[in-house]
Design a protein around this ligand. Structure first.
Ligand code: KDG
Ligand code: MG
Length: 405
């Protein structure tokens, strides 16, 4: 009898932070899993999957990945959006996992084989002030990282994106029934940022890649000024300099600076990427397996980017589960126009809930050779960590105006 999808479970677990995982079961006993986590909106995706997607999967051939993708993306009539695309991304990832397991091959072999021996990753160095952050960069270099992102506390601001609160693992979501509010000052940031990168290069030189995330906070001309002021420190990239809705902003930034631009972690469709890629308004595209509709759409985005020598730099924060990381690493090992992969280590509890085949060695991750994407879920352990409401913070300017977090 033909192999069919017999069931799909949506598993919500909180081993330190919330994750939504889809597990698809098939008649010949093979299962696949996909990440469906959308930070701060987890239950919306869980419901979308349980109530509207899972019933449509039962009885289908799990090998019809492209047809199922189109069925879910076009068949819903209501297209795109982070909730829909995270759900589709989870189905797609689980189906690629199944196909590769049935083939008895690691997923990267089905995509076209390896294009490199390892996946260069960047780690997150952060500190409460300039000194602490510069020291933290050194710790990552000692661990063998070839690329480090630096984010620092800013004089005069209480809490800043990217800075851990006394923990080893930075986690932007804050537990609680409603989001925490934080104050932001672009003036203080722009005054401070060049001093940080000057100090990092002065201490450690230029023999490694240095990255920074603006996290959508600047206006186009402010971003242009920052990019220009950071040119002497030769960043690998400046990420999300402005909010991505106004894509023309990148053109203005480009006219003023040669600091490379990365964007796209909140994009969920190839159509979000299309104009930016075709106009060569970025150097790295950050769309991720989970939020951009899985491997099926991500590889189309990468193929479009390749035409313009734009490289990939997949989002890999802690809210993208180890399942997403595993799938991303297979994609990264294969994709011809690979740039870099973000790697924020998950907590030990999370790693235990999601046993995985990927390994870190000397600045590179490798997805491993296990059939599929190499990541599973320990359901019994996951059940011990029930969902806890948590949200990303909200930012306001010092006069109370709501701003981009
Ligand atoms: O859920 C939001 C986080 O993933 C985001 O704030 C992390 O910007 C981020 C990054 O570059 O990792
Ligand atoms: Mg970012």
């Amino acid at each position: 009898m033909a192999n069919t999808i017999t069931d799909a479970k949506v598993i919500v677990t909180c081993p330190g932070r919330n994750f939504v995982t889809l597990k698809i079961l098939t008649s010949d006993g093979v299962h696949g899993i996909g990440d469906a986590t959308l930070n701060g909106r987890e239950l919306a995706v869980a419901s979308y999957l349980k109530d509207h997607v899972v019933p449509c999967l039962i009885g289908r051939d799990p090998h019809d990945i492209e047809d199922i993708w189109n069925y879910l993306a076009k068949g819903a009539y209501w297209r795109r959006g982070p909730v829909t695309m995270a759900a589709i991304g989870a189905v797609d990832t689980a189906l690629w996992d199944i196909k590769a397991k049935v083939a008895g091959l690691p997923l990267y072999q089905l995509l076209g084989g390896k294009s490199r021996s390892g996946v260069m990753v960047y780690g997150h160095a952060n500190g409460n002030d300039l000194e602490e952050t510069v020291d933290a960069v050194g710790q990552y270099l000692e661990l063998g990282y070839k690329a480090v992102r630096a984010q620092s506390g800013i004089p005069g601001l209480d809490s800043v994106y990217g800075v851990a609160r006394g923990k080893l693992f930075y986690e932007p979501a804050v537990k609680g029934a409603v989001p925490e509010e934080q104050l932001w000052s672009t003036e203080k940031y722009l005054d401070f940022a060049p001093k940080l990168f000057e100090a990092v290069r002065e201490r450690y030189g230029f023999g490694f890649h240095l990255l920074h995330d603006c996290h959508h906070r600047l206006t186009p001309i402010e971003a242009a000024r920052l990019g220009k002021s950071l040119e002497p420190y030769r960043l690998f990239w400046l990420e999300d300099p402005t909010p991505a809705e106004n894509q023309e902003a990148l053109k203005l930034i480009r006219e003023h600076t040669v600091t490379p631009i990365a964007i796209g972690e909140i994009f969920n469709s190839i159509h979000d990427c299309r104009d930016i890629l075709q106009n060569q308004h970025c150097d790295y595209i950050r769309a991720a397996v989970v939020h951009a509709g899985g491997i099926t759409q991500l590889r189309k985005i990468a193929a479009l980017a390749e035409l313009y020598q734009i490289r990939t730099g997949c989002h890999g924060a802690t809210d993208l589960s180890p399942v997403c990381m595993g799938a991303a690493l297979h994609f990264d090992l294969w994709v011809p126009n690979f740039g870099i992969q973000e790697y924020m280590r998950h907590s030990p509890e999370t790693d235990e809930v999601f046993p995985h085949a990927y390994t870190f060695d000397d600045g590179y991750l490798h997805p491993g050779e296990a059939p599929g994407h190499g990541v599973d879920i320990d359901e019994a352990l996951a059940a011990k960590f029930p969902y806890e409401p948590a949200y990303l913070p909200v930012a306001r300017l010092e006069d109370g105006t709501l701003w981009n977090w």
